[in-house]
Design a protein around this ligand. Structure first.
Ligand code: MRU
Length: 390
């Protein structure tokens, strides 16, 4: 079976797979407006740092394409100034959908850069819009290729590390957290891409992944992706990471990232920090795999990363397909899965951060499409080479 996809681009429409319904139901949702794209990201119908940046950029491009065909054209196409005001407002709105994943901010900043240079070049509103449409599509187009590059860099690095330590570099077992595969990106994935690369090159024995409570990206999404790709895998409950490391040969933990600070501190799905502490205790390398667009060189360390707090209810329920889901509609009439409360009603004091920050100290390598960074003799990362800013 072909790999799963998060976004389907048609000549005149964009569709996303509704990740809230996976793994039990495959439902494609058409995204027609900026508001729908914002809502889909905020409610996590689409999630994963690169995928949300792709959807925002594609819907932004689609919205402008449609505006160019309107007759009469919308007033914001009447002058570069009007277009600038409209584009800035739209991009700022899209960036508010989720705060931690910087890829969304990188994409909106990149589009604003094109806006500025096209205005600076004295172009007419229609041509500025065309430039923006092209750039929006390019942001999505670039993702698949760079994922394959980082997967290869990271996979080769790990094999060499294992060999340096006296191992054969084959029969590797790699654990991951959350979902970083084709559902979280525009294809192949980041950390799950590294695992896929090891599998494709015959170096992988087994992938291990955590359920990743409370949203269960592991048990719902990573499980489905690994099953689809026929990669041998074992799921563990989040509380079993220590036990896994004590009783099994785990060669590495590979995780994605939502934002990497200049010193290498990395925000990723909640539970990554727990895994990192345990990996360090057991001498297992922790590899962060992410595109350059996830690196935020503007912030010195992880204390500056905004951490998204998800609604408390998400930590109080498990979702499943126990009941006919067609009877279960949200306020907008969309299908929802049955949610089973696992807490007493009225519980207060619920802590539900979506991400945690793993200090650079616990990270062995940071991999992007440009290469692998490891800590220098001073124990610090220098990310300039792997971000192309050297
Ligand atoms: O809340 P999510 O599901 O969007 O969180 C996703 C993660 O934390 C991923 O590890 C990260 O975005 C990298 S995806 C390639």
């Amino acid at each position: 079976m072909a790999a799963l996809a998060s976004i389907r681009r048609r000549p005149d429409k964009i569709e996303i797979i509704n990740q809230l319904l996976l793994p039990h139901t495959i439902e494609w949702l058409e995204i027609d407006t900026i508001e729908q794209a914002h809502d889909a990201i905020k409610t996590m119908k689409i999630r994963g740092a690169p995928a949300i940046a792709s959807l925002a950029s594609l819907e932004f491009a689609q919205d402008l394409s449609r505006a160019l065909k309107e007759s009469p054209p919308p007033s914001y196409l009447s002058s570069p100034e009007a277009l600038q005001a409209h584009v800035t407002k739209t991009l700022d709105f899209l960036y508010t959908a989720r705060p931690t994943a910087v890829n969304l901010g990188t994409a909106t900043r990149r589009l604003k850069g094109v806006l500025q240079s096209s205005i600076g070049a004295g172009k007419a509103p229609k041509d500025i819009a065309e430039d923006l449409i092209e750039e929006g599509k390019k942001i999505d187009d670039e993702d698949l290729g760079r994922n394959k590059e980082m997967a290869k860099w990271g996979g080769e690095w790990l094999v060499k590390e294992v060999q340096k330590a006296g191992g054969s570099g084959e029969g590797l077992n790699v654990m991951t957290v959350c979902n970083t595969g084709s559902l979280a990106t525009s294809g192949y994935g980041t950390a799950l891409g590294l695992i896929t690369y090891l599998h494709e090159t015959g170096k992988l024995d087994r992938a291990y992944f955590t359920q990743t409570a409370p949203y269960h990206q592991g048990s719902r999404l990573t499980a489905l992706e690994l099953q689809t790709l026929k990669i041998p895998s074992t799921m563990i409950v989040d509380t079993m990471v220590g036990s896994l490391f004590q009783h099994h040969k785990i060669d590495a933990v590979a995780v994605g990232a939502d934002r990497i600070a200049r010193n290498g501190d990395t925000a990723n799905k909640i539970g990554t920090y727990n895994a990192a502490v345990l990996a360090a205790r057991h001498g297992i390398p922790l590899i962060v795999v992410a595109p350059v667009s996830t690196v935020d060189l503007d912030i010195p360390d992880g204390s500056h990363i905004p951490i998204e707090q998800r609604p408390a209810i998400e930590a109080c329920v498990v979702r499943g397909a126990l009941y006919p889901i067609s009877d279960n509609l949200d306020a907008n009439g969309n299908k929802q899965q049955a949610a089973v409360m696992i807490t007493p009603e009225g519980l207060d004091g619920i802590y539900n951060p979506s991400f945690d920050v793993t200090p650079a100290e616990l990270i062995s390598a940071i991999v992007t499409e440009k290469g692998v960074a490891v800590k220098g003799a001073d124990g610090k990362f220098d990310l300039s080479e792997i971000t192309g800013t050297a």
